[in-house]
Design a protein around this ligand. Structure first.
Ligand code: UDX
Length: 432
């Protein structure tokens, strides 16, 4: 009997399944997509995540990890059932819990007495109660089934490392015995384990992401001020970061935050706040600063091109929401590229991981096979995602194949003086 069933083989589910198998648990991972399950069964991992393919192969080889189609098949045999299905953003900003509800209804009739259902996907405060209610309504003997919240804090691109070296493991559950059982799954990680009530555990996730988003919007606002005051944001954040109450992390200014989490989770938290009549101007400000930061990048390019984007050629390096991922969801780089296309510019872009899909996402965006091709004939170049390889490009060659000299380094990736020596009209974010 497998210890654990993981429902949903997206980046949270797959990372959770592969890492729990790596920790020695017997794991069955379920997904509704039969083709995805078939590929995973052969060890083919359809997402770009450092170390994940090895862990999946290792788990399959050790007989501790297997993949099935459908949640019921997995849940019927398991002691723990992790719900790792999508909770996308709904029209009103609320988290859409329909996938969670569907899975809860599907597994309810087959859960064994003593099974613990674990909410792993990001779900708003009250979701543990919701799952308990649906399981009960759908035929589970709720007296013998327990539900716990166990939010993940994985970053895309480093999810395996984040799972195996967590800052903390959070468990939200009313039943201390169940909390001990869930924490036992993570015992070999030697990480701090915080056991609390479900609502607090659910809030820890949202508050953590909202706080990180706040840090980024704050540093982007400070960076914009630095531009107006001729200060250098890199020195400013260095000076701030020495204070351990502030820290150095998440103080990198740029084109704004994106991805599948921060935009969605800040919107969901604002929705939750509204639903209980709490005004949250601070977080509204964070979201607004982030929206303006993306617009600001477009306006800076327009200003650098004598106020006209129509008919100009702009090269873009980076389309994913951050480096080391192939994820384009809510990517600021893609928002900027799309706005440039909408303004009538010819946009030639390069991204190491997501080029083709970006072309589908932004009609009119020309995606090139290499960065030099993208820069050919461009009057301006915008570096929008902090891929490491962009540091080491031949900028003499790039300057030579561009028609203009404008360089907007929206990630402060490059050395301003080195770029100016090469004849670029260099602009960073928060530094002159
Ligand atoms: C985030 C959280 O970090 C993670 O704990 C949570 O579980 C899921 O959401 P992720 O979305 O993968 O992870 O990306 P993250 O590395 O946090 O970056 C989010 C966005 O902020 C990216 O667009 C990134 O470029 C931007 N960012 C990050 C900055 O602009 N500046 C920074 O200093 C850090």
């Amino acid at each position: 009997m497998p210890d654990v069933a993981v429902v949903g083989a997206g980046y949270v589910g797959l990372t959770t399944a592969a890492c729990l198998a790596h920790l020695g648990h017997r794991v069955v991972c379920a997904d509704i997509d039969a083709e995805r399950v078939a590929r995973l069964g052969k060890g083919e991992v359809p997402i770009l995540e450092d170390g994940l393919p090895d862990l999946v192969a290792q788990g399959i080889a050790a007989g501790r990890l297997r993949f099935v189609v459908g949640a019921r098949a997995a849940a019927a045999e398991a002691e723990f059932v992790f719900l790792c299905v999508p909770t996308p953003q709904g029209d009103d900003g609320a988290a859409d819990l329909s996938y969670v509800e569907d899975v809860a209804r599907e597994i309810a009739p087959v859960l064994r007495p003593g099974t613990v259902v674990v909410n792993k996907s990001t779900m708003p405060v009250g979701s543990t109660r919701l799952v308990e209610r649906i399981l009960g309504e759908a035929g589970a003997s709720i007296e013998e089934i327990r539900v716990a919240s166990n939010p993940e804090f994985l970053r895309e691109g480093s999810s395996v490392r984040d799972f195996l070296h967590p800052h903390r493991v959070v468990i939200g559950c009313d039943d201390p015995a169940v909390a001990v059982r869930v924490s036992d799954l993570y015992r070999s990680l030697n990480a701090p384990i915080l056991v609390t009530d479900p609502a607090s555990a659910e809030m820890i996730k949202y508050a953590s992401n909202a706080f990180l988003a706040t840090k980024i919007s704050f540093v982007n606002a400070i960076a914009n001020l630095c531009e107006a005051l001729d200060a250098d944001v890199r020195d400013v954040t260095l000076g701030m970061g020495y204070d351990p109450r502030i820290g150095f992390e998440f103080l990198h200014p740029g084109p704004g935050y994106g991805g599948s989490c921060f935009p969605k989770d800040t919107a969901a938290l604002l929705h939750t706040a509204r639903s209980v009549g709490y005004a949250f101007p601070l977080l509204e400000g964070v979201v607004e600063v982030n929206r303006r930061q993306q617009v600001r990048m477009v306006e800076r390019l327009r200003a650098a091109l004598e106020g006209r984007l129509e008919g100009r050629t702009v090269a873009v390096l980076g389309l994913t929401f951050k480096a080391n991922t192939d994820d384009l969801r809510d990517s600021p780089a893609l928002v900027v590229a799309a706005a440039l296309v909408a303004a009538g510019a010819r946009v030639r872009a390069y991204d190491p991981a997501a080029g083709e899909r970006a072309a589908d996402a932004v009609p009119g965006l020309e995606v090139c096979a290499d960065p030099y091709e993208a820069c050919g004939g461009a009057e301006a170049l915008a570096v929008l995602t902090e891929w490491d390889e962009f540091r080491w490009l031949d900028y003499d060659r790039i300057r030579g194949c561009m028609a203009g000299a404008v360089l907007l380094d929206a990630r402060n990736l490059l050395d301003p003086s080195a770029m100016r020596r090469r004849g670029f009209r260099y602009q960073g974010v928060g530094r002159s």
